[in-house]
Write a new protein. Sequence first.
Lengths: 114, 876
Amino acid sequence: MSLIRSDLLRGTLDLLILKTLTLEPMHGWGIAQRIRHLSKDVFELNQGSLYPALRRLQRKGWVLSDWRITDNNRRARYYTLTKAGWKQLEAEEAHWGQSSAAVDRVLRLALEGV
Amino acid sequence: MSWFARLKSRFSELLNRPRAERELDEEIAYHLGRETDRLIGAGADPAEAKRIAQKAFGRASTVREQAREEWRLRWVEDTLRDLKYAARGLRRSPTFTVAAVLTLGLAIGATTAIYSIVDAVLLDDLPYPEPDRLVRMFEQNAPTNRWSLSVVDFQAVKEQQRSFEHVAALQAARVTLTGRGRPERFVAGRVTADWFRVLGVHPLEGRGFATDEDQPGSSPVVVISAGLRDRMFGEGARGIDEVLTLDGVPHTVVGVLGRDRASLAGLRADVWPILQLEPPTRRGPFFLRGFGRLSGGVSVAGAEADLADITRRIYPIWAEGFRDEKALITPYSLRETILGGVGTGVWLLFGAVLGVLLIATANVANLLMVRASGREHEMALRTSLGGTKRRLVRLLLTESLLLAAIGGAVGVALAFLCLETFVGTSPNLPRLDEISLDGGVLAFAAAVTLGSGVLFGLAPLLQTAPSLMQNLRGGDRADASGSRGRRLRSALVAAEFAIALPLLAGAALLVSSFVRLQNVDPGYDPTNLVSADVSLPPAEYEGYSEVVAFWDEALRRVREIPGVRAAGIGTGLPPNLQGETNNFDLVDKPVPEGSSEPSVPWSWASPGFWGALGVPLQRGRMFEERDGRDSLPVVMVSEAWASRYYPDGDVLGKQLYSGGDRDNPMTVVGVLANVKFEGLDTAGDVAVHEPFAQAGFRSVSLLVRSEGPVAGIVGRLRAVFQELDPALPLSNVETMDARLSAEVAGPRYWTTLFSLFAGLGLVLAAIGVYGVLSYTVSRQSREIAIRIALGAHPAAVRRSVVLGGMARVGIGIAIGLTLALLGTQWLESLLFDVSATDPLALAVAVAGLVLIAGIACYVPAHRATKIDPMRALRAD
């Protein structure tokens, strides 16, 4: 299995973050871990790029942040999905589903055509 | 770097970096820590783990930069969104928006216009290099009594002074220009050679005067204004070396001033001929304005000592004809003398508009609070939808600032329109040509706009912010705005009235003073009376006999014009042209040795002058044709003079020495009724009058009384003089009605503008209390409905609402009264015959305020009684 490096499309990273946050409010490192686990280590995220992305999502009003105390008693910034974030996620998911199906179909047809 | 320096720099870095960046760093550090721990837990060695974690994270500086970019974008986007939202909000409530914008526009406009006057007239330096070194010199024998210099004074100062770089003398006059079409009269500033060096002004074309050109016998030269050059020689002509004949004397043009030099040192003149002073034969007369540029390092006080020494040195030389030992040549800063008393008026107007601005700001704050209360649900909803409190505050502030900006724009446009009227109607405001809406004024307008925007923008925040959270839960409207908002609104209403009262009191004082001034008896009947100035040039009318002969003939012909009832000439013209002042000594009651002789307004008039003016003779006889140089010298005195110097009434036949002349005592032959010669607001009706033929002055005022309106005879009058001497112009042809009205133009101007602003303040304050009460009534409609349903009498409901409003007004009036008592003393110098704490004026102001406030309260109170209990209770 090949490792996909982190030059994820910007939209894709946003989508992954939003999806991750549907489970519970999380801090940045937690989000990075979760994405790595869920993608079975396929996405080796450039972890730094997570933070500008989080600022962007905040700017759009899709996530909120606040400082909380973690389980091991340290201060960390937690991100929460807003209502607008949920809506955005639904729209993005639908869109993703459509386009990935389309890409799938194109690939399959191309093979059959050979 | 020592550990301490390191700590210090780290500390200041921490302090100075924005919070958002510090938080991001903390986040990154946390992330790296957790990642390193994880790798160590997975078996990596600590150093290796740290390296891997950092590699996976990427460059922290890049991350920071990208994050910063997001913040920047966010700020722009948010602002745009806020603006769009604010604009939509304002569009949705047009009544509110129009009311607020108009209120602000009027207030900011008035403030800006008046500030531009303050800026140009009072704040800007005089437009000369190092203007602080310029002084004007006066003769002065008491702090309130100063007059011009004489030739003796000026020449002594010029030769002996040790305080000035240059000194110069100016004689303001009217000159007749002949030899180029119709003869024309111009205002001239005759000046000595150093005039332009004193001011530091260089002519744009040609040169100023050479040092010896003011010596008698040098050929006459003149510097002219650019406007006159264009008119005389055509645009584009240089004009240098052309010859202009002024009062019959050819002058060579040596310089042309720039267009920005229409006036110099407060005198607006077209021609500046050289002034050549002949050696004096006595100390007086005093007709020169003295100016000087102080040497570096010399203060006005230093120059004062120098000039006083000079005066004491020349006193004994001329003591025979001038016995006022207390009179000293005294310097004053030029700026002070040009501005004179105007400063008070302008500052007062500025104070008045600032008051109006405060009231307007309070009003808009009130409007915004009322509006914010209606939007509490909307705000609470926004909070729950993820709007942070800070964003909401920003949103509200954006709306306020947008409102202020629109109001400010309207205001600047209004100021632009008003300024012309303010300036155009102003009487003799100095430095008028310097007034404009320049960068500084616009910056001031912007600052005022921003300031008021922030001020009234804060009000709804104070009211709303704390209640944002609990508000969504309980839908109870009654308490929604909170008592905090109610208190703030009441305080604002009280403040508005506290500011409005002093304004109104000031206006009442000014109006009452103005009415009194207009009712002053000038001492004559101004209707059907016309005056004109005539000046006989010395070239054609060489001496006494030519002048007297000319007027004998001229007055004879004027009286023959059909419709002319009486005509005469005089050197002084009421109500404000005193002409000359002269000192005298009574033969039977001489002043003690060493003390000053009294000096009073003095005029010379032909026999017909007093008849034409219509001043009745009280005792004795009028001047007659036989009074002249060859008969015994006679004078008439005013009633006020008679009762001051001869209270027992026995004045006829008494004698006096005039102007230090001990050889020819003059006999009092008549007593005239009092006439105001020095302005309506002065007691200046103590005067001495001599027959014109005893002196034969060249420059006099002609006075003609007609049967009907004067318009019918002015043409004939001009024709008579045209026949007598085609080169002789009649200037300043004016009706006496117009002269009287011009005399009160100053007070009228200040009174009108101040009253206008006071009225504006009053209306705004009334709107303020009306708005708050209307709002209260609509909020309490349920409570009122219950009271009505329980049988409360409408009158009782009405009373309680009105009392609620008037209680706030009352507090405002109480504070305002204190302010008025403290503040109106600034008006003192503008008031005539009214005390600055005149109880009647204060009472009128309070009554006016209570009346208007009462009406403003009654309307919503009346509406309250019309509440239908059933509907009010069902609503909600």
